[in-house]
Design a protein around this ligand. Structure first.
Ligand SMILES: [Zn+2]
Length: 567
């Protein structure tokens, strides 16, 4: 070591700046790198050093045409000379698809950074608000590092082990909430970064969360931070929800939500976050994050953050149906908590047993089972055929006569206020768009007067006239910037606001909404309106006793809401 003392910052990733120079991908003939090759390459790098000196960074992705500025530490050793070019100033350019490992001794530690150059810029999803055709959420949990890649080492612990311990706790907490979970690994095994994102993409997860522990040259560094990538700016709310819940549960130092182009964040097609749960390099925090009780707090924070995000952002749709059937082709049939074999078994049925079916999710039936709901595989159920139901006037396959809003839906359909779908469904649990809502509203109240009001985003919309009518009659307003956002789903608070505008029922005395625990989540502009609606009994609390102002209002709820006013 030289005489000059160098002041090191935190991890190298905080020094890495990526500048987008050009966004034109060059599509070359690509070979899919197989895991063995990548792991072999990784081993050839890590084996050059003493394992206790090594810090394996969270790997990053670099698209062809992007420049990575490593000028603070220019002298990197490369595991191959084909994937990237690096000049003497530490400026990195991606040249070919593939994976390369950069390593360098800085102070007491050897840093290894994996750079993944994808074959092409991945299609990043514009967050899809379409209802998922299933009755449950799908979450991918990635325990960072593993196998020959220990991540950071500190205080006698391996990051990869702690990541897996926390990830398994998150998995079981999510499953107990009825959420379907897939893990990148459940044991101490190596997977490349591209394999991890590919697994999540193939699974079709609603969201992806990678779990890591932090490390810094400065032993005193501590606390929790959560990352998303700026390439998918819509992912930020997930990181916010996870970070907030992690801090609430642990009381750790809040290092806030940050951005980085970690490969697992950029290469996954769904909303993604990466949580750094604490510093393995800080002796006090290393003891905490390796302790099962503290890990449980971390896992609860992550799982609660995930659940909050899912409930507010991902719409799932279970088809409702009413039928009876019996168990066939099996002596005994497992009844599970959710509609796939990854859910816990809550009981068994015997061959020939009769079942009452209330819903369907993919190939699974939702049934009534000992006073609760359970799921059975559709392959083992034979539906009983029944006489056509003469009393069922509206005949939607998903709205039976015992559906809670049957009579209101029947009445609205008969009056022509709302329609079903061509496939014979009504989709009562689906959200409803702002343009559809005002159309129904206009019909229910018989509004027809127009004044030629057009917004920038309504002039080509099918509901241009309906929106004109709604605004002319004081029901709705634009959302600023000459926009109406006709294709956005309408929230409970926005529906409450429109109804309050029209009925003139706003109320400044918030004694009714104050009684709900999520009262603070109502937007300022909607509080008087929500109060007025509750006062009149138009809008009611949800089954969970919440106001859920930011949740999308469902089709069946729209019908019942407007029925109450219209009576
Ligand atoms: Zn890590």
């Amino acid at each position: 070591m030289g005489g000059m003392r160098v002041k090191y910052k935190l991890k190298i990733k905080n020094l890495i700046m990526i500048t987008m120079l050009a966004s034109m991908p060059t599509l070359l003939d690509t070979t899919i790198a197989n895991a063995d090759t990548i792991e072999d390459e990784f081993l050839s790098v890590i084996n050059k050093y003493k394992i206790e000196d090594v810090v394996v960074e969270e790997g990053i992705s670099l698209e062809k045409g992007e420049i990575l500025d490593l000028s603070q530490y220019p002298n990197w050793e490369l595991s191959d000379n084909e994937t990237i070019e690096i000049n003497s100033n530490g400026i990195v350019k991606a040249v070919n698809e593939g994976t390369v490992f950069l390593s360098q001794r800085i102070g007491e530690k050897v840093y290894i950074v994996e750079i993944y150059v994808p074959s092409e810029i991945p299609t990043i999803n514009i967050v899809s608000r379409e209802a998922k055709p299933r009755g449950y959420y799908k979450v991918f949990i990635d325990a960072g590092h593993g196998g020959t890649d220990p991540g950071s080492l500190g205080c006698g612990y391996r990051e990869s082990d702690i990541n897996l311990q926390v990830a398994k706790k998150v998995e079981s907490k999510l499953k107990s909430k009825g959420i379907d979970v897939k893990m990148s690994r459940s044991s101490d095994i190596y997977y490349s970064l591209s394999e991890r994102s590919e697994m999540a993409n193939n699974y079709g997860a609603d969201l992806f969360v990678s779990i890591h522990q932090n490390s810094a040259e400065q032993k005193s560094a501590n606390g929790i931070e959560t990352y998303y990538t700026e390439k998918k700016p819509n992912d930020k709310p997930l990181s916010n929800d996870i970070q907030t819940n992690l801090i609430n549960k642990t009381g750790a130092i809040n290092r806030k939500v940050k951005t980085a182009n970690f490969a697992v964040l950029t290469q996954t097609k769904m909303t993604a976050a990466l949580a750094e749960c604490g510093f393995i390099s800080n002796p006090e925090e290393a003891n905490k994050i390796s302790n099962p009780t503290y890990q449980d707090k971390l896992a609860t924070g992550i799982a609660d953050g995930i659940e909050k995000y899912l409930k507010e952002n991902v719409i799932i749709n279970e088809i409702q149906m009413t039928a009876t059937g019996k168990v066939i082709n099996a002596n005994s049939l497992n009844v599970r908590k959710g509609p796939s074999t990854s859910f816990n078994i809550i009981g068994t049925l015997n061959g020939g047993d009769e079942v009452k079916i209330v819903g369907k999710s993919n190939d699974w039936y939702k049934i009534e089972y000992n006073g609760v709901y359970g799921y059975v595989s559709g392959s083992y159920i034979e539906l009983n055929t029944t006489e056509p139901d003469q009393d069922n006037k509206i005949n939607f396959t998903d709205v039976g006569k015992d559906y809670w809003a049957y009579s209101q839906i029947e009445s609205f359909v008969e009056k022509g206020y709302i329609d079903g779908y061509e496939d014979g469904t009504f989709r009562p649990q689906d959200p409803i768009k702002r343009n559809e809502f005002v159309k129904i509203f206009n019909r229910v109240f018989g509004l027809t007067e127009k004044s030629g009001i057009v917004f920038g985003d309504t002039k080509d919309n099918w509901a241009k006239d309906e929106i004109d009518i709604a605004v002319t009659n004081g029901v709705a307003q634009g959302v600023g910037d000459n926009k109406f956002e006709p294709e956005q789903y309408i929230t409970r608070e926005a529906a409450a606001k429109m109804l309050a505008n029209y009925m003139n029922i706003e109320d400044k005395n918030h004694d009714k909404i104050n009684k709900f625990s999520d009262y603070n989540q109502i937007s300022d502009w909607a509080r008087d309106a929500f109060e007025g609606n509750l006062e009149k009994g138009y809008i009611q609390g949800t089954d969970e006793g919440k106001l859920a102002p930011k949740s999308n209002i469902k089709r069946a709820e729209v019908v019942t809401l407007l029925s109450r006013v219209n009576n």
